[in-house]
Write a protein that binds this ligand. Structure first.
Ligand code: ATP
Ligand code: MG
Length: 468
């Protein structure tokens, strides 16, 4: 019989359950991780104690999902999700379980779980493994298989097809043949279309944190589940961009997926930006002929990409700050640094993109380059890498100089201008922007006297131009 080593915190927790006459098991991702030799990141426990009983026997219990029989127990500095044994509850609206039915045994509880690898429990009393559906064998063979018939399990909850794909990417497993073919069925797709966007989004976030999200995005695309939640990507599939110049080996969709792989896995914003940065290319695509050769152009695709990304991310209910940030990165991903840039040009770039976004823009550029041929760019010994490093150095220099890069950092403000006789209203705003442009060109001008003089001259010239 297989036994797993139970961590001290769970042993202690089990002691309390046992004292009160209950049993408790470790379930979910933690069991999967332990069987795969990984360190679990959080604990899911299941028990025959009811939520109200759990609240009685532990000091700090938060009723996080009491409608599903789940509470969070704060125990020895850990937050442990504890769910009472349940049977399948059904999500007829795709959003909320209709009702909870408690189960009597751990076997009944495991039978309502989605995949065999997720239907394994470890008895916290002695570490023995309960595995009624061959989950360990499937983990060993790296296979995702539903517990029971895939058609039935997918029809019970439309999130499960998405979870199958998320797990495939996250664990680098393949989806068992019958489970996989079910993903293409019309009724399953319809069921998936009924789930809440929040549930889809949360799976998408987990998928985007995988080593290679492309494995999952490819599955979403080929099963057409992508069309349900993010139809904006469809024109990117087969949109050819390689025109013999060697920049692009892949169609736009494939490039986007691989660019996403090339972004840092702990930066959700950059992963999203990488996935979306060229989504406007199909709309921007044009063909021009140069020296008899046909070349593709995608002028302004970054603006179109931003326009498409914003409603897409809003529809999936990503937080507004994240949407703004991702859209900003998408819109600014096409910078083309050359050593001939003047310091003023570097400052203007900094004003446009924001110092706080610079690392992310570099990461996005590296992701973009990775997505062209699936080869990482060597920053220190490639011409493109060296250029990025040079820009980074120059940005740091400008940043450290503390040059005025915003209206706020000017040596004068609106009040000063009005004191000096500049008419209140629109003119003040215009003059301030002109002064910022001046200071960006030459930071030495950023003193009160100089700027007031420049402002007065500028106004006089404006008035003259108006009266002529
Ligand atoms: P991770 O924590 O990495 O997302 P996990 O397997 O722990 O992976 P959770 O979403 O935390 O996934 O769910 C815990 C367990 O609950 C799963 O392992 C599975 O047994 C069960 N489960 C979760 N969602 C579903 C679902 N939609 N249908 C059936 N069982 C589910
Ligand atoms: Mg979990």
């Amino acid at each position: 019989m297989i036994c797993l080593k139970i961590p001290p915190v769970l042993k202690k927790m089990h002691g309390i359950f046992e004292q009160h006459g209950y049993s408790a098991y470790l379930v979910g991702g933690a069991v999967r991780d332990m069987l795969m030799g990984k360190t679990p990141s959080d604990w899911d426990v299941t028990t025959n104690a009811r939520p109200e009983e759990i609240i009685q026997i532990f000091h700090k219990v938060i009723p996080t999902g009491i409608a599903h029989g789940t509470v969070t127990v704060h125990f020895m500095k850990n937050e442990i999700e504890v769910t009472t044994f349940r049977t399948e509850s059904g999500y007829s609206d795709g959003r909320h379980p209709d009702h909870i039915e408690y189960a009597a045994t751990i076997q009944d509880d495991l039978s309502r779980r989605d995949f065999t690898m997720n239907a394994i429990a470890v008895n916290l009393a002695d570490g023995t493994v309960v595995d009624p559906f061959g989950g360990q064998n499937d983990i060993r063979h790296e296979i995702i298989r539903t517990v029971g018939k895939p058609s039935e399990r997918f029809m019970e909850d439309g999130l499960r097809p998405i979870r199958a794909i998320r797990f495939a990417a996250q664990l680098k497993f393949s989806i068992e043949k019958d489970t996989y073919s079910e993903l293409f069925k019309a009724e399953i797709q319809k069921k998936a279309a009924g789930i809440s966007v929040e549930r889809f989004r949360d799976e998408m976030i987990k998928l985007l944190k995988a080593e290679e999200p492309s494995a999952g995005i490819k599955l979403l695309e080929e099963t057409h589940l992508l069309d349900i939640f993010m139809p904006e990507f469809r024109p990117c599939v087969q949109c050819i961009q390689g025109d013999g110049r060697g920049f692009h080996e892949f169609d736009v969709m494939t490039h986007l997926m691989y660019a996403c792989d090339g972004a840092p896995k702990d930066k959700l914003n950059v992963r999203l930006a990488a996935l979306l940065h060229d989504i406007g290319k199909p709309q921007a695509k044009n063909i021009k002929t140069e020296n008899g050769a046909e070349l593709y152009t995608f002028y302004n695709h970054e603006q179109i990409s931003e326009k498409i990304s914003r409603p897409l991310l809003a529809r999936l209910k990503f937080p507004n700050a994240l949407i703004d940030n991702v859209c900003h990165l998408v819109k600014n991903h096409m910078f083309n640094y050359e050593p001939t840039w003047t310091d003023a040009a570097v400052r203007r770039f900094l004003v446009r993109t924001g110092y706080e976004n610079f690392e992310d823009l570099i990461d996005l550029r590296l992701a973009d380059i990775y997505g062209m041929h699936r080869i990482p760019l060597r920053l220190h010994d490639s011409p493109a890498g060296k250029l990025l490093l040079e820009l980074k150095d120059r940005i740091e220099v400008e940043h450290e100089k503390n040059s005025a890069l915003t209206l706020k950092a000017l040596a004068v403000n609106g009040k000063d201008l009005m004191h000096a006789g500049i008419p209140a209203g629109k003119t003040v705003g215009k003059v301030l922007n002109y002064l910022l442009e001046t200071v960006l060109d030459d930071p030495a001008q950023n003193t009160k006297d100089t700027l007031l003089t420049i402002a007065q001259n500028y106004c006089q010239n404006m008035q003259k131009a108006c009266s002529e």
